[in-house]
Design a protein around this ligand. Structure first.
Ligand code: CTP
Length: 213
């Protein structure tokens, strides 16, 4: 099966030295790519700026901004059967990116931002029989928000986690997630390594993709 996986943060530049971004380290997305490759799948990994080695057998496409991630996903999606959107895409970008470093005196105390596109929603018309899986990183009990995102983005499964729970979330090697499905079925997994979580998610993706073939 052919998997397209996004990972890491995006970085939205303000000038050549400054950007806005988030705390994603890419560990969960890279674990997914590794687990999919280990299970014998073809994997394309679209990665934001992270300090991680490419897992063996994975084709990696590096991007920086949300618009670049959207362009890469648009290019790679037609060949994929499963799309797992694990990236922490920045929802906003600075309205203007200066080609030269902004001097303090040239900057106002407020930053004008514009919305980035929602990559999953933008690509929804191309879904067809493809399996789409999203992630929802929330602070606090994640199920309600994750269910809203599952519906709004037309996903086949969403992986929800509370990034403030012990051992879960950004930069950790472990995660505690709940898998949520459109029919209301949910599966709460115990605290596991990100590699073990990835193996479960890839196994579910495989089952879902086989059902829609
Ligand atoms: N996502 C996306 N494009 C964006 C933002 C998010 O494709 N511009 C994807 C993420 O990769 C993830 C899912 O949508 O699979 C949920 O992302 P999340 O940041 O939790 O939610 P948002 O849609 O940004 O909603 P909110 O800001 O209300 O939490």
């Amino acid at each position: 099966m052919r998997f397209l996986i996004t990972a890491g943060p995006t970085r939205e530049p303000l000038d050549p030295v400054r950007f806005i971004s988030n705390r994603s380290t890419g560990k969960m997305g890279f674990a997914l790519a590794q687990a999919a490759a280990e299970a014998g799948h073809e994997v394309v990994l679209v990665a934001g700026p992270v300090a991680l080695e490419t897992p063996p057998g994975v084709r990696r496409v590096d991007i920086e901004t949300a618009l670049e991630m959207l362009a890469a996903v648009e290019r790679e999606l037609p060949a994929a059967e499963v799309y797992i959107s694990c990236a922490a895409v920045a929802d906003w970008r600075p309205e203007v990116c200066s080609p030269t470093k902004l001097k303090k005196h040239e900057m106002a105390g407020t930053l004008r931002l514009v919305r980035n596109p929602d990559i999953l929603k933008t690509l929804r018309p191309l879904k067809g029989t493809r399996t789409f899986i999203g992630f929802a990183a929330e602070t606090g009990e994640p199920d309600a928000e994750a269910t809203r995102k599952l519906r709004e983005k037309g996903l086949d499964m969403i992986v929800a986690n509370d990034v403030t729970a012990p051992g879960a979330g950004f930069a950790h090697d472990t995660n505690r997630v709940t898998l949520l499905f459109p029919d209301g079925h949910r599966e709460a997994l115990p605290l596991m390594t990100k590699h073990e979580v990835a193996q479960r998610v890839i196994a579910c993706a495989q089952t879902l993709a086989t059902q829609t073939e």
